[in-house]
Ligand binder design. Sequence first.
Ligand code: PBG
Length: 326
Amino acid sequence: MILPHRPRRNRKHPAIRAMVREHHVGPEHFIYPLFIHEGAGDVPIGAMPGCSRLSPAGLLREVEAARAVGVHSFALFPAVPEAQKTSDGREAHNRDGLVPRTLRALKDRWPDVVLVTDVALDPYNSDGHDGIVAPDGRILNDETVAVLCKQAVTQARAGADIVAPSDMMDGRVGAIRLALDAEGFSEVSILAYTAKYASAFYGPFREALDSAPKSGDKKTYQMDPANRREALREARLDAAEGADMLMVKPAGPYLDIIRDLRDASELPIAAYQVSGEYAMLKAASERGWLDEKRAVLESLLGIRRAGADFILTYYAKQAAQWLAGG
Ligand code: PBG
């Protein structure tokens, strides 16, 4: 064949492939989400093999192990005993609650660690919703935002570097920015869950935290998986309200949204490879149907290629170990 263009020439040698490689993924791109609880031991999570609700001692071990392979950023998610849950979620801004105490413990031990906190009421709310539920079942927006502001300030005071509102209430980014600044926390960043979809892929997470809604669903605040333009609207609003970084969640089934936000915004874009994505990769790998290492690294590279600057992934430590040749 007479072919002027033979793309395979650029693939013929590993060194040439390395020269022309367009994207890469490394431990610097990972935030490691960790589940914490008050208990004495670590409690494995059924649908997330390899992940546990970590005790304070277990958390220190896990952070140390992740740091050893180059992961320096962590997102904390608390499992709160039923007895501490109320309809107004007030435990969310208890200065001596589990999250503030954990932030202080981690910063004491490793002052250079980057800590990301979840701003939302679902772990603390007796109704299991991210916001305050009215008697008629509506999720109250403005009342919720007032509590989220207190929660964010409490986290900032305890040492959070980045607060990440995952609740999807309207106007919460701007309100949290004002609240943080008013309390002297102008250096604390906001990572907005900008395009957070009402997804079936959060199932294992809700099991991990015992945080599933007691009634109804999250469709009046989380986005409809059918929508694409709406993500751009959310991105524009979050940026105007002062978000430092924007997030798309889940990641794998929403790569088009990651690309849309990357092209539309000059802010850094994050993606959350959520619990259900982790569970799928684990389950198929455990059955021997997928090569876990190759499939996971490919999924992470795909998220980067779609336009994510960084990724929240339960595989953070493991992927960093693999990338280091382990
Ligand atoms: C709740 C929250 C959820 C996740 C992160 N923060 C679940 C939900 O919205 O119901 C999901 C993360 C995951 O599935 O890994 N504010």
